[in-house]
Design a protein around this ligand. Sequence first.
Ligand code: ASP
Ligand code: MG
Length: 332
Amino acid sequence: MKPVVKIGGSLLKSAEDFVRAARFVVSQREPPVVVVSAMKGVTDALLELEKSRSISIYYEIARRHASVAEALGVLEATRAPLKELKDALKMPREAWTRDYFASFGERLSAIILHAVLRRLGTPAKLFTAPLLTDDNYGNAEPLALESADEIAEPGTVAVVTGYIGRSKEGRFTTVGRGGSDYVATFIGREIGSRRVSLITEALGVMTADPREVEGAEPLPLLSIYEALEAAKLGVKHFHPRTFVPLLDAASTVVEVRSYESRGTLIGHFYPPPPCKVVIRCEGGSYIIGLAAYELTKLGGVLLSRYAVRLNMAPRDAHELFIRPHLKTLFKR
Ligand code: ASP
Ligand code: MG
């Protein structure tokens, strides 16, 4: 089944970035479903715009997209949504207007990437918010995927908006910040993909924050259970439910990687090391791992089956419980 590739917003800052993303998509063995995030910083700007209704913020957002689209020769495709956004400034505030404003980020970047793929001669179809969700605006829950058959159709790249969906009433919804990954894993499950690739700036899921912990490394493998904990505890700013769709998709693997790295493979397996990720928390560290419960012997407090809290600085916890195992790990 068609693979899913999600392109993160940190990788969409310029016209060249869209070309890079398009080339990456084209280089895949099989034309994938591409789930696209808003350009870097745009969701924040749109939410600010909804609050302030500031015309100068509007022009800043419009200018960013128009200049990227113009450099790519696809300006025409952005005109209608940018006009729609301008008109939205007059809308009264309702429960759904924040999500409506936020939707433009993913809509615009999907439109641009789709147009670029077409210009490169790649058969591609655009799907705007095919996700049906409940109407819990700002934190909507995906319920179903519309046009699943069309999205899954082999031979064509399906460009799909991340982060957003539609409620029964037909209004745009958002699944929560960082939610494009969640949309990607949900779609992967719905169409039965074998692989969902979450492409980011990072090399993969790291054993700790490398800015704070020396010797932190990308993990080659992570079990689904560890990944669920990692997302819940805020690793890499994942949406807390990012890996939930994997629970009932036993033959799907998710890879978290950059364009070049091999990244971290997440799936239904039980790989070493026994403890995998350390996260700073108030008064110490969270430690995630299939054998994290062992640390209760050292005073660790069990948070859930695969995570404990310890009164120990992340650096020390990493040095003691994770680093010694990394040397013996198969390096991917
Ligand atoms: N654009 C959305 C956000 O900034 C969703 C995402 O990028 O995953 O939260
Ligand atoms: Mg993200």
